[in-house]
Structures are given as C-alpha cells and as structure tokens.
Design a protein around this ligand. Sequence first.
Ligand code: UD1
Ligand code: CA
Length: 422
Amino acid sequence: MKIKSIILAAGKGTRMKSDTPKVLHKIMDKTLLGYILDSVKNIASESFVIVGHCAEEVEKYVKDNYSSAKTVLQTPQLGTGHAVSMVCPYLEDFDGLVIILNGDIPLIREETLKKFVEYHNGLNSDLTIMSAIFDDPEKLGRIIREKDNSLKCIVEAKDATPEQLAVKEINAGIYCLNWPKLKTAFSELKNDNAQGEYYLTDIIGWAKSKALKVNAYVLENNEEIYGINSRKHLAQAAKMMNNRKMDELMDNGVTIVDPSCTWISQDTEIGADTIIYPSTYLEGKNKIGKNCKIGPFAHFRGGVEIADNVKIGNFVEVKKSRIDSNTNAGHLSYIGDSELGSHVNIGAGTITANFNPITNVKSKTVLKDNVKIGSNAVLVAPVTIEEGANVAAGAVITKDIKAWALAITRAPLKVIENWIKH
Ligand code: UD1
Ligand code: CA
C-alpha cells in the first residue's frame, strides 16, 4: 500500500521560551521531530515536514538526518489546514494514504500508527482521525458525535460552547486520509472561527458533505499523544519515554537495578542477563550484548557496540566504539572512536586521546585481543596496539606497538634518601 506522511512543524512553540524551534528540542540526544520521523519511517515511503518558524534550522536538521524526508515552507502560518495545503502541489498525482501528525508528540509509537492504518483500511474509511479520552482536556479540540455515535465534527476549545467543552473525547491530531478523495478539501477550507485560522479539523465536515466515510480510532494509551508545549512537558515526556524503555528492557531479561535513576535511549538494544547499575546514562544508538555489567555511573554517547560478558564500570565514558567479548574497562576511562578486541583490560584512568583540537581531526584507537593497558595510560590516536601487548601504567603511547611487546614511557624512579632533615 502506498502511504506518505505530513508532519506539522511550522508553529512557534512560544511557551518553550527558547531560541531553538520547539521540534528541535531533545529528549536524550534525539529531537522531538526525530522521534516522529522515526515513528513513520517504516510506514510511509516519504514524509513532508511543514516548516515555518526557524525554517532554516529545521530544514537543515531534516536534510542532515532524514534524507528521505522533504521540508515544505509555510509562510505565514495560517493554521493546520493551511499547513497541509502547502503539500498539495507535491501530491497531485498520489493515489494512496496520507497520514498527518503534529510535530510535537514524540511518544507516538510505530505499532500504534500501524494499528491506526489497519483500522482505517478495515473500515474502508476515507478519513480516520485519532481520538482519546481525557479527564481534563483543557485546550484540545473536542470530538462531537451524532446521536448514532458517528462523527459529526471537531470543535476547537476556543470555538466551543460550554456543553461542547464538557466533552472528554478529544482530537489527538493524527489523521489518515484517502488522499485522492480528500485532496480538494484543502482549497475549500474557510477561516471563519475564533482564531481566524484554516483548521485541518474542518475536513471532517467537508468529507461528510461529500458523503465520504469518516471514522475515529480511539487511542488506548493517552500517553502516546502527550504534546510538548513547555520545558516541564519536555521533562515529563522524557520520563515517560524512559519508563517505557526500562519496562521493555526488563521484560526482555535485562536487570535494571534502579529504573528511577537510569536513562537509556530508545535506540539502545541490550541482551538478556546484562545488569545496568544505577545512574547510568546511555544515549544515542547502542548495542550491548548478553551478561554484561554496565555502570554505576557509566555514560555511552552513541555508536557503541559491545559483545557479551563485557564490564564497563563507574565513570567510564564510551563513544563510537566496538568492544569485543570478555573485555573490561572498570573505572574512570574515556574510550572514543576505538576498537577493542576480546579479553582486553583497560586500567583505571585510561584515556583514548582521539581528538586533535588544532586540526579538528578525530582518529581511531585499535586494541587487539588480549591487550592489557595499565592505569592512567594515554593512547594518542591514530594508534594500534597489536595482540597481547602490554602498556605500562602512566604510559603515553604515540606509535603502534607490536604484538606481545611491553610499552613503557616512564622516567626511571629516583629515590633520594634522607631528603628531609629531622
Ligand atoms: C490542534 C487541533 C486540535 C487538537 C490538537 C492536538 C486544529 C485546528 N486543532 O490544535 O483539534 O486537539 O491539535 O494537539 O488542527 N502548525 C503548522 N502551521 C500552522 C499552525 C500549526 O505547521 O499554521 C503545526 C504546529 O507546529 C503544531 C501543529 O501544527 O505542530 C498543531 O498546531 P497547534 O496550533 O498547536 O494546534 P492546536 O491548537 O494544538
Ligand atoms: Ca495551539
């Protein structure tokens, strides 16, 4: 089935009080827009991101990170319906489904969107909206139903009567459209409402006037459409997302000693029987094997691949590195842009010096199997230490070391006796 998506991200996000556009704010190291684009990437063959406020920044982000997505400029921003109309010229001949989503709901899951599309197809629907039941729906658009329970319309809180405001079913801001049947709606929307905007939600009335089939899919878990409008929301959403990840990992056989103070990104995979100790922060895309011990206070910054039975201890930072099985880095180390073999031991305080701040070049450190690095060594990259070689404590390694050799840069120890007269 042909599916494309449209993500509405032109709005300002005033309540964030930020110079950064709302959709580029992050949960761990991924932007809100990134989560949305990832949630549709296996469903839609192409995504259009509507940009307006700080358009250049958002355009650059999309271009650099999501090459299959297109950005479409909306200036001025005359409402959600107007935003979608900006994409119409690109979809003139498209004859599949279009999913439309708000750009500020990072908790929406791919599985939910798949079910939503299945529901739409199962009912042979022309327009399906996602709804949810909220105890206190505040400013959200209310779903108004007919007596026979079919959909009548969506009324924005600002346009609603007190009776309509009492309705607890709300518009989640996610829509599935049979595009050929709905595409002409966007040139016919009106802005005669409290905000003087072209409302996307008015396509319901339009579809009904054309005798098209309109349905609502009621979401089971409200958390998924939690929208971010402030820094408090951002922190709250991060916590919810993290809790979801902790549950998923524990269900898959990972021990998390204290889920309340452990942070693990959605894009981190962890094998069974691995133990994650408290205050560990794993961001970015990482893959950790089975039976590993990570933390307490370990920090992964993404691009980390770890085989089985590896120990990464306290205050060890790892970035963009591959570590083979049975290797240990127990304490106070930095491992970046590195490849470590199996049965390697990294002494406390060891640093891979991977970055040259004068040339701005990052280089690689390679430690082959069975290499042993003494405490407080500095491995100045690019550097390769061949199999079984030893590096003595405190050494600064600036060239490749042969297999089974000992590298030592220490000045001879001098002891001057009777140094202090007493
Ligand atoms: C919208 C819905 C409301 C729903 C709510 C769910 C409309 C008219 N109302 O209200 O029924 O309950 O979402 O969160 O659609 N945007 C643009 N261009 C614009 C205006 C908005 O791209 O001209 C983007 C915003 O960046 C945002 C999204 O569209 O990501 C929603 O816009 P917003 O103004 O926040 O709509 P709500 O008032 O929340
Ligand atoms: Ca709004």
